[in-house]
Write a protein that binds this ligand. Structure first.
Ligand code: SF4
Length: 435
């Protein structure tokens, strides 16, 4: 009988896309996706270790699944992702019920690992020779897709675990990316998001010498494709040429996620971010000159070791000055193997919580003002699906990546439509369908 699998994905878009790859491999191995975890023959947890909280969430989740296995011995349990890469041996000794452990760089080995599951393999090789782009992907939607253009990261920000779990930076050749997106577009994909830890440095080490702006130009020439997004950008590598792409390429969506992390030069230096507040500020100005309606979102870490009240006040001042469209803010948490673990001037949990509340509450007000400024405007919206529990209401995203709710027939799902914005809230918009 056909076996079924269920993948539980924790963490970022990279992980979501990795899960599409894991699903593609499993389907190629004769497995079928199960709608729910209960009853699946194989459960894969694709883990995230970017923050301590995600780490704790995973261990509690794994404990529950392993208890299920006591009642259902045939259940196979696999642990993938960044925690698997970092703590493979520990997972194996703490949870002997786990059948397979494999890190993000070892996903292509999954068919082999499944064949040898009795040996309870732990696959955490670093920078292996097999490449993720060679494995099939099972995407959930036809009309939009994520496409990895590079893997790993060379930046070693002092708080970040990613270079330790995803390895060194490696860009895919332009021809491979264009061929993948052309195939997606001919099957009905109208929006693509180019993925990488730092897409702005795309091309480093490639023989064809293409940099990210040239890649964007080529992607924009793909006829049926209507929208291009990318994530994530490192401010130090955001070049004037790339900013110019917002002037040249109409298909490039009016949004950039530009992680600030801190508004204090002293803290940025300790974070090893390699830009100053003034350089960041200047690039925001260039972006707004190139594309006046651009939406800018960011990441902020509060309570980084050594962050004083004055440093935090500088962050708050910049948050107000830039006027972000959205902020992902987090309390700093120690991650193993990172440089910041060795800093000894840690901020108390209580103080971190106060700073987090402040940044989120100020941003809520800024977000509402930014969204209300769109009332009366006509927005092109890619319709993504139904609004839960609201019959007849659909949800989609503007070019600026803002969520819009509006009434429309469901046959517009997967299409670009025009919506007149009537209300602006803290985190979303409401509107009327025009066409
Ligand atoms: S750029 Fe810095 S924060 Fe981003 S993945 Fe690389 S090391 Fe981590």
């Amino acid at each position: 009988m056909e076996k079924t699998f269920y993948i539980k994905t924790l963490g970022c878009q990279m992980n979501v896309h990795d899960s599409e790859k894991i699903a593609g491999i499993l389907e190629g191995q004769g497995y079928r996706a199960a709608a729910e975890q209960d009853g699946a023959d194989l459960v894969v947890i694709n883990t995230c270790s970017i923050r301590e909280k995600a780490d704790q969430k995973f261990f509690s989740e794994l404990g529950k699944i392993c208890r299920t296995k006591a009642e259902k011995p045939d259940l196979q349990v696999a642990v993938a992702g960044c925690i698997a890469q970092q703590q493979g041996r520990r997972i194996r000794s703490r949870f002997p019920q786990v059948d397979l452990v494999f890190g993000p760089q070892n996903i292509p080995r999954l068919p082999d690992l499944l064949r040898n599951a009795r040996g309870r393999p732990v696959a955490t090789d670093e920078n292996p020779d097999f490449h993720l782009e060679t494995v099939p992907t099972r995407r959930r939607e036809v009309f939009r897709a994520w496409v990895s253009i590079m893997y790993g990261c060379d930046n070693f920000c002092s708080y970040c675990i990613v270079p330790h779990t995803r390895g060194r930076e490696r860009s895919r050749p332009v021809v491979d990316i264009i061929s993948e997106i052309t195939g997606l577009a001919s099957n009905g994909c109208i929006e693509v998001t180019l993925l990488g830890q730092n897409v702005n440095s795309y091309g480093k080490g490639l023989m064809d010498g293409a940099a990210f702006p040239e890649l964007l130009e080529k992607v924009a020439q793909i006829e049926r494709l209507k929208r291009i997004r990318f994530v994530t950008s490192h401010p130090k590598d955001l070049s004037p040429e790339l900013i110019g792409s917002y002037q040249r390429l109409a298909k490039l969506c009016s949004h950039i996620h530009l992680p600030l992390q801190s508004g204090s030069d002293r803290i940025l230096e300790r974070m090893n971010r390699r830009y100053t507040v003034n350089q960041y500020r200047e690039k925001v100005g260039w972006l707004r000159a190139a594309r006046p309606d651009i939406a800018i979102t960011t990441d902020i870490i509060v309570g980084f070791p050594g962050e004083t009240q004055a440093d935090f006040d500088r962050t708050m001042a910049l948050v107000r000055e830039v006027g972000y469209d959205g902020i992902f803010a987090f309390k700093y948490s120690k991650r193993p193997h990172t440089q910041a673990v060795r800093f000894d001037d840690h901020v108390s949990e209580e103080e971190k919580a106060i700073r987090l509340d402040e940044v989120l509450s100020v941003q809520e007000d800024i977000g509402e003002i930014r969204n209300q400024a769109l009332v009366g405007s006509k927005q092109s919206v890619l319709v993504e699906g139904h609004v839960p529990n609201e019959t007849g209401w659909l949800s989609g995203r503007t070019s600026g990546n803002k969520i819009v709710h509006f009434e429309a027939p469901e046959d517009v799902i997967g299409n670009l439509v025009s919506v007149q914005i009537t209300e602006g809230y803290r985190f979303s918009l409401k509107g009327n369908l025009i066409s």
